[in-house]
Design a protein around this ligand. Structure first.
Ligand SMILES: C[S@@+](CC[C@H](N)C(=O)[O-])C[C@H]1O[C@@H](n2cnc3c(N)ncnc32)[C@H](O)[C@@H]1O
Length: 230
C-alpha cells in the first residue's frame, strides 16, 4: 500500500528516463516478460483491453501490435508518463487512478497491469475496481516483481537495496525513486499470497507463473461469471 502523491512524484521525476532505466536494469529481460504476457492475453482473444498503470505504454503497444483488431486503452494517473506513451503513438490514453476508474462496469474483456498494482494505495480496492470494469468471465493479467525463494532471495536483496539504487540513480538522477522500488517489492505479496489477495477481491481461477528465478511473476485470474438466478 503506497502514498499516491509520493508515487506520482517519483514517476513524474523519472518519466523521461524510465524506459532506458528499465531496459538497462533488467538486462533487456523486460521485453521478454512483456512478450510472454502478451502471448497469454492473446490466447483469450479479447476485443477490449484496459492496460492499467500503462506508464510509458510498452505493454499496451505490444498488445496493440499482437491484437490489431482489439481496442487497447492505456490508463495511468501520472501525466508525464502518459506523455511518454503518447509520444510513442499509444492511443487512446486516459488519465485515471486505478482505485477509481472512469469506466462503466463490465466494459473490458481483459485488464492488464504491469509493475503497477504494487504502487497503488490500496491493493484490495484496486483489484475490486479491476473486477468491476471487467465483464463477467473477463481476464486479469498482473505482471510484477516478486521475491525469489532461497537461495536467490539473499542475493536478490543485495542487488535490490545496494546495487540497483546506485545504478538507477546514475541513469535517472533519482536514486530515491529506486530505493522506493526495493522497499515496495519487499512489501508486495508474492506467489500464493497474491493469488489469495486476488481471490479475496472478486477473482477466481488464480494462477502464478514465476519467471527469471522468481524475481517477476505473471498472475492471471478471472472475474467470476454472473451467478445463475432462477
Ligand atoms: C513501474 S511503472 C509501470 C509502467 C508500465 N506498465 C510498464 O510496464 O513499464 C508504474 C506505473 O504505475 C502508475 N500508477 C501507480 N499508481 C497508480 C494508480 N493508483 N493509478 C494509476 N496509475 C498508477 C505510475 O504512474 C506508473 O506509470
Amino acid at each position: 500500500m503506497q502514498n499516491p502523491a509520493k508515487v506520482r512524484g517519483i514517476f513524474s521525476s523519472i518519466a523521461a528516463r524510465y524506459d532506458l532505466a528499465n531496459h538497462l536494469l533488467s538486462g533487456g529481460l523486460d521485453f521478454f516478460w512483456r512478450a510472454r504476457s502478451v502471448r497469454m492475453v492473446a490466447r483469450w482473444k479479447p476485443g477490449a483491453v484496459l492496460d492499467l498503470a500503462t506508464g510509458s505504454g510498452d505493454l499496451a503497444l505490444a498488445l496493440q501490435k499482437s491484437l490489431p483488431r482489439a481496442q487497447v486503452v492505456g490508463a495511468d494517473f501520472c501525466l508525464p508518463m502518459l506523455q511518454v506513451a503518447a509520444r510513442k503513438g499509444l492511443r487512446p490514453l486516459v488519465a485515471a487512478d486505478g482505485t477509481q476508474l472512469p469506466f462503466a462496469a463490465d466494459s473490458f474483456d481483459a485488464v492488464t497491469v504491469a509493475f503497477g498494482l504494487r504502487n497503488m494505495e490500496s491493493w484490495p480496492d484496486a483489484l475490486r475496481e479491476m473486477s468491476r470494469v471487467l465483464r463477467p468471465g473477463g481476464h486479469l493479467l498482473l505482471l510484477d516483481f516478486s521475491m525469489p525463494p532461497p537461495p536467490f532471495a539473499a542475493l536478490y536483496r543485495f542487488y535490490l537495496h545496494r546495487v540497483l539504487p546506485v545504478f538507477a540513480g546514475l541513469i535517472t538522477g533519482q536514486r530515491a525513486g529506486y530505493e522506493y522500488l526495493g522497499e515496495s517489492i519487499e512489501a508486495f505479496p508474492s506467489g500464493e499470497a497474491m493469488c489469495r489477495l486476488m481471490s479475496e477481491n472478486n477473482f477466481h481461477n488464480t494462477q502464478a507463473l514465476p519467471l527469471a528465478a522468481g524475481i517477476v511473476t505473471i498472475y492471471t485470474a478471472q472475474k467470476p461469471p454472473v451467478p445463475f438466478v432462477s
